[in-house]
Design a protein around this ligand. Structure first.
Ligand SMILES: Cc1ncc(COP(=O)(O)O)c(C=O)c1O
Length: 393
């Protein structure tokens, strides 16, 4: 089924204000998501926060099945967390690493995740192994298979990196990791909402995601998926009176579902906003969204390839909705700001976000234009024309 583009744009207030090519930073939410979030904030102000939560109970509870449907999970396997980093941390830091345990990851790994590997390695004596890329720039599956040994405790990687179009072969990785009986943590921060995700097919044990990027939810929202079969005995690093019950003076009992990774206080309006955003993604259909995003991104790459001085920097056999490029002798941040002054939003990815990948390719930073379903071919023409004029100036 194809998408009704005119309707998507009409229902996205931001489309009237900006040419937004920064979905990988934070995308434009729909009016429905915006209003659901604002309505709850208003209700909290009008009748009280606890009372508003009681009144919205059904919608709040509806968060779990809506998000579960988006990624093919059970609703008991979803926990609301305030962002992807904390969701990821809750999974990672809950694992009990011992000296010599190995953490396998990929070259394009996100900086916050890598910093956590370094911290845990320093504290516990675990080892970090970076599996090399293959000739396409994705994780080398044969090298991954060779690298997994008895000491391997975790395979952990970002599905789609922040700094490019690469889509890692998450399902093929899952097959190797599951066959080896090792835990698999997938950072799907950029991929949920961009493409169809089926956690059962991928075979991951944990998956972390954020609300504000391809899901088009509010900022300050995210979630953690924890597969019941393999993770139900993993006790979260943090417990509170929501994640566990104080069942005796010297006893507590941890919740049995993924809510054990949540905490009691949260951004309730954000939970509702993210639920609505997940519903809308489900209604549009992720196959149709993915087809549209690839069409837009491929079209943008083709346009950029024709510009003098522009080098495309996306890696991978499968490329998604994030388009990155370098402009010869240009200050990318200055270009970004010049575009912003014309109402065009793009971003710049630096080694701050992914040191090993960009440093390894000799790139200080890259420009990033990330499309979503509300973008049009006309907008891409306008963006490329504006960029071309700035480059020639
Ligand atoms: C691959 C990846 N993982 C994690 C994050 C962090 O997400 P959040 O800011 O929601 O914690 C990002 C943000 O850019 C990302 O690109």
């Amino acid at each position: 089924m194809s998408l009704d583009l005119a309707r998507i744009r009409a229902e996205t207030p931001g489309c009237a204000r900006v040419l937004h090519l920064n979905a990988a930073g934070s995308s434009l939410p729909s009016r429905r998501t915006l209003e659901a979030t604002l309505d709850h904030l208003k209700l909290e102000a009008e009748i009280g926060g606890y009372e508003a939560a009681d009144q919205a109970r059904d919608t709040l509870d509806g968060f779990y099945p809506s998000v579960a449907r988006l990624i093919g999970a059970e609703e008991s396997e979803i926990g609301f967390v305030e962002n992807a980093t904390r969701a990821w941390d809750l999974a990672f830091y809950s694992l009990d690493f011992k000296p010599g345990d190995r953490i396998l990851t990929c070259v394009s790994e996100y900086s916050s995740n890598y910093i956590s590997y370094l911290q845990v390695a320093k504290k516990t004596g675990a080892d970090i192994v970076v599996v090399p890329d293959d000739k396409h720039g994705q994780i080398d599956l044969a090298a991954l298979e060779r690298a997994i040994d008895k000491r391997t405790k975790l395979v952990s990687l970002s599905h789609v990196p922040t700094q490019g179009g690469l889509v890692q072969p998450a399902e093929a990785v899952g097959k190797i990791v599951n066959d080896a009986g090792v835990l698999y943590l997938l950072d799907a921060c950029q991929s949920v909402g961009m493409m169809p995700i089926d956690v059962k097919r991928i075979g991951c044990d944990f998956l972390s995601a954020t609300g504000r990027k391809y899901m088009r939810g509010p900022r300050g929202t995210g979630f953690l998926y924890a597969r019941t079969r393999s993770t139900s005995r993993i006790e979260p690093i943090f417990l509170d009176n929501h994640a566990a019950r104080w069942t005796g003076d010297q006893e507590y009992t941890v919740l049995g579902d993924a809510k054990r990774f949540e905490n009691w206080e949260r951004y309730f309006a954000g939970v509702i906003g993210l639920k609505v955003a997940a519903d809308q993604a489900n209604e549009l259909g992720m196959e149709a969204v993915w087809a549209r995003l690839r069409q837009l991104a491929d079209g943008l790459r083709a346009r950029l390839a024709k510009l003098g001085g522009v080098t495309l920097t996306d890696l991978g056999m499968v490329k998604g909705a994030i388009v990155t490029f370098a402009v010869k002798d240009a200050d990318h941040t200055a270009l970004k700001m010049a575009l912003r002054s014309q109402g065009i939003n793009v971003s710049v990815s630096t080694q701050f976000s992914s040191r090993l990948d960009l440093q390894g390719r000799g790139l200080k930073d890259v420009m990033r234009a990330s499309v979503h379903a509300y973008n049009t071919e006309d907008e891409l023409d306008r963006f490329v024309d504006a960029l071309d004029s700035l480059i020639r100036r």
